[in-house]
Design a binder for this molecule. Structure first.
Ligand code: ATP
Length: 315
C-alpha cells in the first residue's frame, strides 16, 4: 500500500539475543483506527518507540506522511502525538503548566495555547482540572492528561501505548469515544492493548502481534472469518453416558471436550460441512446413549479465539 499515512516496511529489532520484532510490515490509512494487539512482551512498545522516533537503531524502514522517520528536524515529530505506556508528569506542576511546556516544545505560541489547552481538556473530560496540581489527580486523570498532551498540537496521527490500561469502566468508555471522535474528524489513531475486547469495538483494523511477528491484520469481520468463529457447537446433555469421546471420529469433528458436567464443547474442522456434522453428531450422541437437552452453535468471543491464537493454536 502506498497511500498509508504510516508505513512500516520489514521492521526488525533485536535486543541482544531477543528478537523483539521480526520483519513487521503494515500500513495505516488516514482516519483509520489501528488496534495493535499482542500479549505482554510481544513487541508492541518496541514498535511504538520506533514509530515515534525514540528508538532509531532498527532494521527496515518507517515513514509517516511520506517522510522517513529518521529525517532530521521536527517535521515528522510534529505530525504525531504520543502517549507513552507509563505517562508521567512532574507532579508539582499544574495541569496548565505541564500542557504549556509540552505545547511550547511542539512549537505552539501563547495565543494558540490559550485556545488549545481548554479545548483538549474538555475533549478528554478534564475541563475543571486546568489549575489543579498533578499530584492531586487520580491515575485515570493523569492518563487522560497524557492523552490531552498528545492532542495539543492537533497532529494528524496519534500513537497511544495502552491508553485504556488502568482506567475504570466509565473512563474506558470515554477514551474509546474520544478515539472514535478523533477518527471521525480525520485523525489517524494507532493504539496498543493486550486486551482484544478493548479494541474490538473501536478499531477499524486490528494487527495481532505475537513473539515479534505480525501474524494477522484485518477488520474484526476478517478476523472472525479467519478464526472460523461459527464452527463450534455447544451441547448440554440431560444424560451423559460418558461415551461421547468416541464421536471424535465423525468426519468434520476436530475435538470434543467436556467443559462442565453434562456440557460438551465440540470443535469442528475449519472446512467442515456444518449441517452434515451436526446431523451426524446428534445421531452419534443418541447412539452412544447420551440424551440431549440442547444443542446449538457456540460463538466463542473474538477474545477467546485471540487468546488461543497467541497461545500457538492456529486455525
Ligand atoms: P507489554 O505488553 O508487556 O508492554 P510489549 O508487547 O510492549 O509488552 P516490548 O516492551 O516491546 O513488548 O518488549 C518486547 C521484547 O523485547 C520483550 O521480550 C522485552 O523483554 C524485550 N525488551 C524490551 N525492551 C528491552 C530493552 N530495552 N532491553 C532488552 N530487552 C528489551
Amino acid at each position: 500500500m502506498t497511500d498509508g499515512l504510516v508505513v512500516l516496511d520489514r521492521v526488525s529489532k533485536r535486543y541482544g539475543n531477543i528478537q523483539a520484532l521480526d520483519n513487521v510490515s503494515f500500513s495505516i490509512g488516514r482516519g483509520e483506527i489501528f488496534g495493535y494487539i499482542g500479549p505482554n512482551g510481544a513487541g508492541k512498545t518496541t514498535t511504538i518507540r520506533i514509530m515515534v522516533g525514540l528508538l532509531r537503531d532498527f532494521e527496515g524502514a518507517v515513514s509517516i506522511g511520506d517522510h522517513p522517520i529518521a529525517d532530521k528536524g521536527g517535521d515528522v515529530q510534529r505530525m504525531l502525538g504520543y502517549l507513552p505506556q507509563d505517562v508521567a508528569f512532574q507532579e508539582w506542576r499544574t495541569v496548565d503548566h505541564a500542557l504549556t511546556t509540552f505545547g511550547r516544545l511542539n512549537g505552539l505560541g501563547k495565543e494558540e495555547l490559550a485556545l488549545r489547552i481548554p479545548e483538549v481538556l474538555a475533549l478528554v473530560g478534564l475541563p475543571e482540572e486546568r489549575h489543579r496540581k498533578i499530584v492531586h489527580l487520580s491515575g485515570g486523570m493523569v492518563q487522560k492528561l497524557g492523552l490531552a498532551q498528545a492532542l495539543l498540537h492537533s497532529p494528524p496521527l496519534i500513537v497511544l501505548d495502552e491508553p485504556l490500561a488502568g482506567l475504570d469502566p466509565a473512563s474506558r468508555y470515554q477514551v474509546k469515544n474520544i478515539i472514535r471522535e478523533l477518527s471521525r474528524k480525520g485523525t489517524t489513531v494507532f493504539f496498543s492493548s493486550h486486551i482484544l475486547s478493548d479494541v474490538q469495538d473501536v478499531a477499524t483494523r486490528i494487527g495481532i502481534l505475537s513473539w515479534g511477528r505480525l501474524g494477522l491484520v484485518g477488520t474484526v469481520e476478517e478476523l472472525k472469518a479467519y478464526f472460523g468463529i461459527e464452527k463450534d457447537i455447544e451441547v448440554f446433555l440431560s444424560k451423559d453416558s460418558g461415551r461421547w469421546k468416541e464421536l471424535e471420529s465423525i468426519e468434520g469433528v476436530k475435538s470434543i471436550e467436556q467443559t462442565a458436567p453434562n456440557r460438551l464443547f465440540v470443535r469442528l474442522e475449519k472446512d467442515a460441512d456444518m449441517d452434515e456434522a451436526t446431523h451426524k453428531l446428534i445421531h452419534g450422541l443418541l447412539s452412544v446413549g447420551c440424551q440431549i437437552r440442547s444443542f446449538y452453535p457456540a460463538s466463542p468471543s473474538l477474545e477467546q479465539l485471540y487468546i488461543r491464537y497467541v497461545g500457538g493454536e492456529h486455525p
